[in-house]
Design a binder for this molecule. Structure first.
Ligand SMILES: NC(=O)c1ccc[n+]([C@@H]2O[C@H](COP(=O)([O-])OP(=O)(O)OC[C@H]3O[C@@H](n4cnc5c(N)ncnc54)[C@H](OP(=O)(O)O)[C@@H]3O)[C@@H](O)[C@H]2O)c1
Length: 320
């Protein structure tokens, strides 16, 4: 089969399209013919090992998983002998950031992992980007216990995480103020934002009212900068570690002090989360935003584009 192989950490060019053996599913696994996947910031982080800490999960000197790709949509070709919940021919989607493997024509995943059947109303290319940004957003919003009536500010509302967060906050019944650039104001409104701040015209940290939660989905701000716009018992969250990894230390310290605090939840995903996102998609309460599509053979170009930090939503890779 065709697969994208990376045998060392580094820039986009370290990945290569190669012919390799098709994987064989274990007794508790399914073999999926992948029709669509994505290149996202998680793939970029694991490919570059830019944050050394990630090597404790992905291999100290070289990558343990030779094929990246965490989001997938495709059709089950065969199932292991103990698999009861899927059968050959099922159309499925999901997420796997422990084994990866979706940047290939075939991948395997355990039936109990974050995989379920595809929402009936979506194509493979629409289903592949459901999970990555949304599960990071969900972890943060759940940690902050977002509820009806609250006011939430989301910076970077056009990223994979931000565009999912806007829709999820609306689902939880809170009011969203979204920050984005001029060209995406209409898009962000269409996702449900109640108020949109164009960051080319206004600095959101200088506005005159306060929020229950400030969620910086692109990690461009700091707790110190955002404090004036956070309610006295409000929460700050960011997708980046911040200067000198301050967000980790602040998340340990500020909850002990009372008042405004920083949360930095560790991301997790389960089958329940994928089922939850599927239900939101089927009831038109969440739709992943797709920026560009690239064929598998142009994955280096896809990585380069994602690393500009300017994608709107998600970048899809097609395998047909
Ligand atoms: N290390 C990891 O494993 C990992 C995994 C996932 C996510 N993350 C981090 O999480 C963050 C979000 O990732 P993502 O995939 O959702 O999005 P992304 O690829 O980082 O996209 C960022 C979006 O934010 C907008 N943006 C850029 N600068 C901005 C600014 N100063 N203010 C407001 N918006 C701005 C961009 O649009 P414009 O340029 O048009 O404004 C773009 O649409 C990133 O910082 C990423 O590194 C890290």
């Amino acid at each position: 089969m065709r697969a994208i192989i990376n045998t060392k950490y580094g820039p986009p060019e370290v990945v290569q399209l190669m012919e390799v053996d098709k994987p064989i599913p274990k007794d508790n696994e399914v073999l999926i013919k992948v029709y669509a996947t994505t290149v996202n910031r998680t793939d970029c982080g694991f490919r570059s090992a830019e944050y050394f800490i990630s090597r404790f999960f992905s291999g100290l000197f070289r990558p343990k998983n030779k094929t990246l790709g965490n989001e997938f949509a495709g059709e089950i070709e065969t199932v292991g002998k103990d698999v009861a919940s899927f059968k050959a021919g099922d159309k499925v989607f999901g997420y796997n950031d422990t084994k990866f493997g979706a940047h290939a024509e075939y991948m395997t995943i355990a039936e109990d992992d974050a995989i379920t059947t595809m929402p009936g109303n979506l194509t493979y290319e629409e289903a592949a980007p459901i999970t990555e940004g949304a599960h990071y957003a969900l972890c943060n919003l759940r940690a902050a216990k977002i509820r009806s009536g609250q006011k939430i500010l989301i910076n970077g509302a056009t990223g994979a995480i931000g565009s999912a967060a806007v829709q999820l906050v609306k689902y939880f019944g809170a009011e969203v103020t979204a920050v984005c650039d001029t060209k995406n104001v209409a898009l962000v409104k269409s996702l449900g934002a109640d108020v949109v701040i164009d960051y080319t015209k206004q600095d959101f940290t200088k506005i005159r009212h306060t929020f229950d939660v400030v969620f910086d989905a692109v990690g461009k701000s700091s707790f110190g900068q955002c404090k004036p716009i956070i309610h006295k018992s409000g929460i700050y969250m960011s997708t980046e570690l911040g200067k000198n990894a301050e967000n980790i230390f602040l998340a340990l310290l500020t909850p002990l002090l009372g008042g405004k605090k920083v949360l930095f939840p560790l991301p997790t995903i389960s089958k329940q989360d994928v089922l939850f996102l599927k239900e939101l998609v089927e009831t038109n309460q969440y739709k992943p935003v797709v920026d560009r599509r690239y064929p598998l053979a142009q994955i280096v170009e896809a990585y380069k584009f994602v690393e500009t930090g300017q994608k709107t939503g998600n970048v899809v890779i097609t395998l047909t």
